[in-house]
Design a protein around this ligand. Structure first.
Ligand SMILES: CC(C)(COP(=O)(O)OP(=O)(O)OC[C@H]1O[C@@H](n2cnc3c(N)ncnc32)[C@H](O)[C@@H]1OP(=O)(O)O)[C@@H](O)C(=O)NCCC(=O)NCCS
Length: 197
């Protein structure tokens, strides 16, 4: 479970009435309803339950009238955060909610003194890759055949990182790359499965 309550967060003008709060088990029915709409290979309810049990940073974006419109999950590591899942309900995509969720992740990283944020994204997810690039993430590696695909096929992941330290632009943290931040689905517990597709 999350370690502490998160205050509501003011968002961009288009999202001014929305707030973020920690995800709980009671949210998982609504979260799963979004997840299965948003991904061809969605996380299971068990994946979300595992992330909560593991104490990962998990937030839902809530509209007072419409309920949960999006969510974000990240795993804390030594000096870094690893984005596991960021999703906006399809009917509300393209309104700035995804950007707001990712900016909140960056706020959380800075509050915690985290030096770097890491993520994987499907090579074919050009929209997400473009959004990450605009937010300062750089493509720093490739994980071949990382994601499930249609029967008999898998898809590469692009590894991206966003350094938050003063030496931004000086290079990739070799520590995280070496130590396998973003383990494959095969080797990770459910609570560590990066989504990224
Ligand atoms: C990826 C995702 C989280 C982005 O959230 P979103 O709310 O749709 O994104 P935003 O509205 O914040 O838009 C972010 C940027 O994408 C651009 N954008 C919006 N709709 C777009 C579209 N159809 N095609 C390309 N770019 C688009 C916006 O112009 C914006 O750019 P800007 O901030 O420079 O103006 C959301 O689309 C989603 O949930 N997708 C399905 C799940 C997924 O792929 N998650 C990411 C896994 S790595």
């Amino acid at each position: 479970m999350n370690e502490r309550a998160q205050p509501g967060v003011a968002l961009a003008p288009a999202t001014a009435t929305l707030g973020l709060r920690p995800m709980t088990l009671d949210d998982l029915e609504a979260v799963m309803a979004i997840e299965v709409q948003a991904y061809p290979w969605p996380w299971s309810r068990g994946n979300f339950a595992d992330t909560l049990a593991a104490g990962h940073w998990a937030q839902v974006m809530v509209d007072p009238d419409q309920g949960i419109l999006g969510y974000i999950v990240a795993m804390r590591g030594a000096g870094e955060l690893h984005l596991l899942n960021v999703t906006v309900i399809p009917a509300h995509q393209g309104r700035g909610l995804g950007r707001a969720l990712l900016e909140r992740l960056e706020d959380e990283a800075r509050i915690r003194g985290v030096a770097e944020i890491w993520l994987e994204v499907r090579a074919s997810n050009l929209r997400a890759r473009a959004l990450y690039a605009r937010l300062g993430y750089r493509e720093v590696g490739l994980r071949r055949q990382y994601y499930p695909g249609p029967p008999g096929r898998r898809e590469d992941a692009i590894l991206m990182s966003r350094p938050l330290t003063a030496d931004f632009g000086a290079g990739v943290s070799s520590t995280a790359a070496r130590e396998g931040v973003g383990r494959s689905r095969g080797g990770a517990s459910a609570a560590e499965v990066p989504h990224g597709d």
